[in-house]
Design a protein around this ligand. Structure first.
Ligand SMILES: [Zn+2]
Length: 268
C-alpha cells in the first residue's frame, strides 16, 4: 500500500498541473466515488488551485469549496498521461481531462481505494493524527501517545488517528533504524528510545521522498514511473536475507496482525 512518501511523490510530480482547467471527467466505474457532495460535471471549467497531501490521501483543490480527494488503497495509481495518448492500461476507473494537453488517470485493479468529491476536506480528515513531518510530531508527542500503553509500538505507529501516513514499510524500517523491536509494549520505551524512534521516522520518510518512494509491486509516481527507495530498504520484505549491519537472518513475524520484518540482534 502506498504510504506517506509515495503519496508525497505523486503530489510533487503532479504539481505541474496546478493552474490547469478541468475540461471533462470520465467515470468508468461509479462505485469508485466514495462520497459525492456534487456531481463530477460541476468541476468542468474549474481550475486546479492546489494539490496537497494529508496522511495517505491526495487532494486536488478547485478553489475553496470543491475538492477531489484520492486514496490509492492497496494497488491504486494516479498519474498523468498526454491527452493524445490512448489509454492502454486496464482498470482505469476515473479520468480527468485537462486543458494543458494532459489527462489524470485513476487506475485501481483491487478497488480498495477511491475518490471523494467534497465541499470540505475537514470532514474526511477530521480523525487523522499528526503529520510525521510536521513540527507537531516530536519526541514529546511520541512520549504522550506511548505512555502507559501496552499496545505494541509498531501497532501504535500504524494507528492513523495518532500519526497519519506511516504504514507497514516505514514502520518496520523506522523501528530497525532506531534499534527497537516492533512488538515491545509502547509504554516500555525509554526516553532515549523514543528520541531515537522519532529521529528514525523523520529520517526514513525524508530519505524515501528523496528517492521518490518505494515500488514493491504497484506504486507509480505521477508520471507512472517506479520509485527507488526499495533499493535502500533494510528489513522490509527481506525475510531470510542477512541483516546488512550484523549478518543475522532477518525474521518475519506477525505483530498486531501485520507481517513485520526485523533483526533480532540489532533490535532490542
Ligand atoms: Zn542486524
Amino acid at each position: 500500500m502506498p504510504e506517506l512518501p509515495e503519496i508525497e511523490t505523486i503530489k510533487n510530480s503532479l504539481a505541474i498541473n496546478i493552474g490547469a482547467l478541468i475540461t471533462r471527467i470520465e467515470v468508468n466505474r461509479s462505485d469508485i466515488i466514495r462520497r459525492q457532495d456534487f456531481p463530477p460535471e460541476e468541476l468542468y471549467g474549474q481550475r486546479i488551485t492546489d494539490i496537497s497531501r494529508r496522511g495517505k490521501y491526495l487532494a486536488l483543490s478547485l478553489g475553496t469549496d470543491h475538492h477531489l480527494v484520492v486514496h490509492l488503497g492497496m494497488s491504486g495509481r494516479f498519474y498523468m498521461q498526454p491527452e493524445s495518448e490512448a489509454i492502454s492500461a486496464p482498470h482505469v476507473h476515473f479520468i480527468i481531462h485537462l486543458d494543458n494537453s494532459f489527462k489524470l488517470l485513476y487506475q485501481d485493479p483491487r478497488r480498495f481505494g477511491g475518490i471523494w468529491l467534497c465541499h470540505d476536506t475537514k470532514k474526511i480528515f477530521a480523525l487523522m493524527g499528526v503529520e510525521p513531518l510536521s513540527s507537531q510530531f516530536n519526541s514529546g508527542y511520541l512520549t504522550k501517545i506511548s505512555q502507559n500503553r501496552k499496545v505494541a509500538i509498531k501497532t501504535l505507529l500504524l494507528n492513523q488517528q495518532l500519526i497519519s501516513g506511516i504504514g507497514n514499510i516505514y514502520a518496520d524500517e523506522s523501528l530497525f533504524a532506531a534499534g527497537i523491536r516492533g512488538d515491545r509494549p509502547a509504554g516500555s520505551l525509554t526516553a532515549a528510545e523514543i528520541k531515537r524512534l522519532h529521529r528514525a521516522i523523520v529520517k526514513v520518510l525524508k530519505k524515501s521522498i528523496e528517492a521518490r518512494g518505494t515500488t514493491f509491486r504497484d506504486f507509480r509516481d505521477g508520471f507512472n514511473q517506479s520509485g527507488n527507495f526499495q533499493k535502500s530498504l533494510q528489513v522490509y520484505g527481506k525475510d531470510k536475507q542477512c541483516c546488512c549491519v550484523c549478518g543475522t537472518v532477518i525474521k518475519k513475524e506477525q505483530i498486531g496482525g501485520r507481517s513485520s520484518h526485523f533483526c533480532e540482534h540489532c533490535q532490542k
